[in-house]
Design a protein around this ligand. Structure first.
Ligand SMILES: [Mn+2]
Length: 272
């Protein structure tokens, strides 16, 4: 009855199965939290997603930007015509409808009050109260499950609004929150979202950008936040954060952490 979290798999099926073996994952008893970006770039997106789907309620997936990209491509929205995807194995498969309807039922955040951990693909907006974070995740999940899903996904491919305030329209709040949960890395001085910098804070020379997790938040009092998405951070741990995208698809490592009590963890990795 253990709970593990695994970082971005991105179609690296072989490494994913190797890691499950390494942690001795018991499909019937253990629970797997997946940090999102199950698909794209790696060779076997279909195999990864099918395996996770077959785990049923023993796997909890939070959606990443590449998972949204897959849904947008399925709906032929072509949000980034200049970006080549590598998930045609899903799009051309007879199960593609079933896979996208499964993706539409996944979450943006997952929390466990007892363990004191939560997982999200990219991050949380530090100025949100817990209640705001929960309600934004809920509203996005509701849009995905509704008949308006395609229209909702169509609105997402933009960087505005990049600032949060209570006067935003519902649609603007949904766009902002989806970008926070699935794409954010840095905030600017005025706490607006930056979308261009992907390097780690060690490699970034400007002092005008702050990693979002360096900004105080009441959310950290309750949860230690597990994220994927930021492979240049590599494995990175601090009091309020554990970053577990260790760049498997770039030939580095795939990481799992076992969630223990008192916000402690144990780390497992396989080479990719
Ligand atoms: Mn990502």
């Amino acid at each position: 009855m253990s709970t593990y979290a695994i970082g971005d798999i991105q179609g690296c099926y072989k490494e994913f199965r190797k890691l499950l073996k390494e942690i001795n994952f018991n499909k019937k008893k253990d629970t797997l939290w997946l940090a999102g970006d199950l698909v794209n770039k790696g060779p076997k997106s279909y195999d990864v997603i099918k395996y996770v789907m077959d785990l049923g309620s023993n796997a909890i997936t939070v959606l990443g930007n590449h998972d949204f990209f897959l849904m947008a491509s399925y709906y032929k929205l072509d949000p980034w015509p200049y970006k080549k995807n590598n998930f045609d194995d899903i799009l051309s498969h007879k199960d593609s409808d079933q896979i996208v309807s499964w993706l539409r039922k996944q979450k943006l955040i997952h929390l466990d009050d007892e363990l004191g951990h939560m997982i999200v693909h990219a991050g949380i907006y530090p100025k949100w109260k817990i209640k705001e974070m929960l309600s934004m995740a809920f509203l996005i999940e509701k849009e995905l499950q509704s008949e308006k899903c395609k229209q909702f996904i169509k609105t997402l491919w933009c960087n505005k609004p990049d600032s949060w305030n209570q006067n935003l329209t519902k649609q603007e709040k949904l766009i902002f929150a989806t970008n926070v949960f699935t794409r954010m890395r840095y905030l600017k001085n005025d706490l607006s979202l930056d979308f261009s910098e992907k390097l780690s804070p060690k490699e970034v020379s400007t002092s005008l950008l702050y990693p979002w997790y360096e900004i105080d938040s009441e959310i950290y009092n309750k949860y230690r936040i597990i994220i994927g998405h930021w492979s240049t951070l590599d494995f990175y741990e601090k009091e309020n954060l554990i970053s577990i995208d260790t760049g498997c698809v770039w030939g580095n490592k795939l990481t799992a952490i076992k969630l223990l009590s008192n916000k402690k963890i144990k780390r497992f990795q396989v080479k990719c």
